[in-house]
Design a binder for this molecule. Structure first.
Ligand SMILES: N[C@@H](CCC(=O)N[C@@H](CS)C(=O)NCC(=O)O)C(=O)O
Length: 223
């Protein structure tokens, strides 16, 4: 059985979990907090980053959310997530990179640092300027999602793809941390409600980070 080393608010682990679930791949969760990880985790991934997927019986370790998603895309036929022709697959990969890297750097990572790490690890107060900037940048990303959803059926085109799961994974963590204001983003909000109501999303919405409860609306699929 696969073991997924992750922590509840790691957006890249969330993307991986959504893809595994959509593809019907079973796994056990192992909590690994990069700031407090033990030797066992560092032995698997000396870079100390989550997610890491490990199969002890096969002595196989997969590292990096995109490498893991691509591995299962190549080995499991069920629910293709990087699909279509070469141009369409390139567009899916472009958007996955945009959310994994840009949205993460602009919005999710600053929110995680200010609201999660400072509270649970560093025991200091969040910086309001950094939070304001993350929320302003979140609006810009949501505007782009409004445009994508308004012009296409799903983010990368006519079919649901890994781009939708990469974006929804980042937004779900930002939303947990109170960084998403949907005002003026009806199209993006409608798309996110649909993503939230998928069975693959349910375990993420009920999971909590110890010492850091989510806002009440977070797990409500209608809000
Ligand atoms: N490219 C990697 C990035 C993984 C990553 O940055 N994970 C974060 C948590 S969401 C982490 O482990 N950070 C620990 C650190 O920066 O020390 C992936 O997609 O898996």
């Amino acid at each position: 059985m696969w073991q997924l080393y992750q922590f509840p608010l790691c957006p890249l682990s969330r993307k991986t979990r959504l893809a595994l679930s959509e593809k019907g791949v079973g796994y056990d969760l192992v909590h690994a907090y990069p700031w407090d990880a033990g030797d066992e985790f560092y032995a698997l991934n000396p870079a100390g980053r989550t997610p890491v997927l490990h199969d002890p019986a096969k002595r196989l370790t997969l590292i990096d959310s995109q490498a893991i998603c691509e591995y299962f895309e190549e080995t499991v036929d069920k629910t293709p997530l990087i699909l279509g022709n070469a141009v369409q697959r390139a567009e899916i990969r472009r958007l996955v990179a945009l959310f994994d890297q840009n949205f993460f750097a602009d919005v999710t990572h600053p929110l995680m640092h200010e609201k999660m790490k400072k509270r649970l690890v560093l025991r200091t107060s969040p910086d309001s300027g950094t939070l304001r900037s993350a929320m302003r940048l979140a609006h810009e990303h949501l505007e782009y999602i409004d445009w994508l959803v308004g012009n296409r059926r799903w983010l990368a085109g006519v079919q649901l793809s890994l781009a939708d799961f990469a974006a929804a994974a980042q937004i779900s963590v930002a939303d947990y941390l109170g960084g998403i204001d949907w005002s003026g983003h009806d199209e993006a909000h409608g798309w996110y409600r649909v993503m939230k109501s998928r069975p693959s999303f349910r375990p993420l919405l009920t999971e909590k980070m110890e010492g850091l409860p989510p806002p009440r609306h977070y797990s409500d699929v209608n809000s």
